[in-house]
Ligand binder design. Structure first.
Ligand SMILES: [Zn+2]
Length: 161
């Protein structure tokens, strides 16, 4: 039996998501964020890969189309293919850098399913370790995450090449 990861900061995030201005995926795709704010790890032609600011686990990436698309079925074939390819590359990079024991990949469609940003679809790539349901809540102090995230971003960017 796989236990779901317990990530209490996610709830805070989802509750605040409606109040946020703009769309982080569009901002990352447009390159308008300051270097200290951007969590972009890789840019493709039609899709991007970025770190999740409120991760389920270390190295939690998301792959999203550049276009602001709210419905999975509205992705073009090119976008769907590149999102899949970037997800495969993300798994490879994360394996190389962090050596997780497994991965969960998935789409959260709609707020009820846990999507923080419901109107720009994105594919989660979540590295998993044995026992991470136990130690993650302890490690993942929301106050220490920003520095940790930028370091993670740089390591993954470099490994992605
Ligand atoms: Zn967007």
């Amino acid at each position: 039996m796989t236990k779901p990861l317990w990530a209490p900061w996610r709830l805070e995030y989802i509750e605040q998501a409606d109040e946020q201005e703009g769309c982080v995926f569009c901002a990352e795709a447009a390159g308008t964020l300051a270097p200290a704010q951007s969590l972009l790890v890789h840019e493709g032609d039609t899709a991007i890969a970025l770190l999740n600011k409120f991760p389920y686990s270390s190295g939690h990436l998301m792959v999203a189309p550049r276009r602001h698309v709210g419905e999975l079925g509205d992705l073009t074939d090119d976008e769907a293919l590149e999102i899949h390819r970037l997800a495969v590359a993300a798994v490879g990079v994360l394996k190389h850098v962090y050596g997780p024991e497994g991965f969960n990949l998935g789409w959260n469609l709609g707020r009820m399913a846990g999507a923080g940003i419901a109107d720009h679809v994105h594919l989660h790539v979540v590295p998993r370790w044995a026992g991470d349901t136990n130690f993650m809540p302890v490690l993942a102090d929301v106050k220490v995450i920003p520095e940790h995230l930028l370091e993670t971003r740089d390591r993954l960017r470099e490994a992605w090449g």
